[in-house]
Design a protein around this ligand. Sequence first.
Ligand SMILES: CC(=O)SCCNC(=O)CCNC(=O)[C@H](O)C(C)(C)COP(=O)(O)OP(=O)(O)OC[C@H]1O[C@@H](n2cnc3c(N)ncnc32)[C@H](O)[C@@H]1OP(=O)(O)O
Length: 177
Amino acid sequence: MLAGDLYIADDPDLAAASKRAILLAHRYGEVYATDPDAARPILEELIGSIAPDAHIRPPLYVDYGAHITIGPGTFANYGLTALDVAPITIGADVQIGPNVQLLTPTHPVDPDMRRAKLEAAEPIVIGDNVWLGGGVIVLAGVTIGENSVIGAGAVVTRDIPAGVVAVGNPAKVIRHI
Ligand SMILES: CC(=O)SCCNC(=O)CCNC(=O)[C@H](O)C(C)(C)COP(=O)(O)OP(=O)(O)OC[C@H]1O[C@@H](n2cnc3c(N)ncnc32)[C@H](O)[C@@H]1OP(=O)(O)O
């Protein structure tokens, strides 16, 4: 699953891990509403690796949480969806706008394979000091280079180099910084 091979998502261990993640993410949001400090251990239990000063505003939606790494100084605004069937690596000092989606899973385009419930997933890497504007969607297998800015609403289908501004659907580089 983590290696990008096709698989059928009916494994009971995966279902249990997903249920655990749903419960922890829900609890994180509930506790955060009245006491963000008390909510912190719940976030640390949910996320595979998160720097002590990284901050995520709930609601947060993940598949498993365990395959997510978040570096120091990173901030994610409300409504991050991080589907971590494959690893999601978020660097240091990353700014994530509201309702961003990081989508590592894919389904086959072939209709028969899709009906057979085959799935796959590819890792996503967000480099240091990247800013993802509100509503950005990053697709499976994409790497965004450090210091780059992705404009609000962009759909990132291909790798983005370091030090650029990219906007639109599909996201295209409009200038170097
Ligand atoms: C962590 C947080 O919570 S962040 C809070 C949420 N805030 C946001 O999501 C804001 C995100 N910001 C943006 O999308 C901004 O538009 C930026 C950062 C991309 C602007 O970057 P700049 O390089 O300054 O671009 P600039 O404003 O000069 O626009 C350049 C061109 O791109 C277009 N453009 C700018 N942003 C976008 C966008 N999101 N989608 C499509 N086109 C865009 C402009 O219309 C302009 O086009 P034109 O030349 O035809 O007039």
